[in-house]
Design a protein around this ligand. Structure first.
Ligand code: SAH
Length: 225
């Protein structure tokens, strides 16, 4: 999975086209686009899908999981707006690509993944890129990561039937959380904010998206179909 400079060069054109696609969807913040330009997505994906790495599409990463669609990730980053002095909690490390984007935009990222093999692979890819501000944990992210709470930004990459209460509890004043909530087959993207006085607000920022299920204590049960 180590990417070498020659291999990276092959993808420059495709990456530029992906950035144009993201931009054409109204996500035109230059700084945000630069992160997509400078983090090579193929580096985080199994070699078998490298040729599709810069399509604006979810891609299989093994273990029945998928790397999310880049333009949807760009939208989530725009809504979350992580700041250089902020602490981020990510649930569903998956490939680690989104983790890398978050780490470039914030002070520190804490990311939880339930599939050990994916976490190990993501660690390898992130280390190869030299990130020093990312902590990964294998476990059930629906209970959050209490040790490092509260978080300014919380992002969940898998779909839940409702907003897990522990994640609400771990959202800092001034914090933003985005997560897909709905049925197993279709969800909407929900933004939960907590203002400086602790007051919570919740609203939909995008209808109709499809994520893999969030499996765990406050998500879908592990053995439901
Ligand atoms: N942003 C990632 C998306 C990965 S898909 C990427 O672009 O690669 C969502 C991930 O959430 C999957 O890897 C899945 O294993 C993980 N997941 C599902 N339920 C979880 C839970 N309760 N805790 C932590 N991770 C979970």
């Amino acid at each position: 999975m180590e990417s070498d400079p020659v291999e990276d060069y092959r993808y420059v054109g495709a990456r530029r086209r992906l950035i144009e696609t993201i931009r054409s969807r109204g996500l035109d913040d230059l700084e945000l686009l630069r992160h997509f330009d400078e983090v090579p997505r193929h580096h985080f994906l199994p070699e078998g899908v490298w040729h599709r790495a810069y399509e604006d599409a979810p891609l299989p990463i093994g273990f029945g999981q998928t790397a999310s669609q880049p333009s949807l990730q760009a939208f989530m980053l725009k809504v979350l707006d992580p700041q250089p002095d902020e602490k981020v909690l990510e649930i569903g490390t998956g490939s680690g690509f989104f983790t890398a984007l978050l780490a470039r935009m914030s002070d520190r990222v804490y990311s939880v993944e339930r599939v050990r093999e994916l976490s190990v692979r993501a660690r390898r890819a992130l280390d190869a890129m030299g990130f020093q501000n990312i902590a990964l944990m294998v476990g059930d992210g629906t209970i959050g990561w209490r040790k490092y709470a509260p978080f300014d930004v919380i992002t969940v990459a898998a779909a839940s039937p409702s907003v897990p209460q522990p994640l609400i509890d771990q959202l800092a004043p001034g914090g933003r959380m985005v997560l897909p909530v709905g049925s197993r087959s279709e969800q909407e993207l929900i933004l939960v904010t907590r203002d400086e006085n602790g007051r919570l607000e919740e609203g939909s920022v995008q209808e109709r998206c499809t994520f893999v299920p969030l499996l765990g204590k406050y998500g879908w049960s592990e053995d439901s179909p």
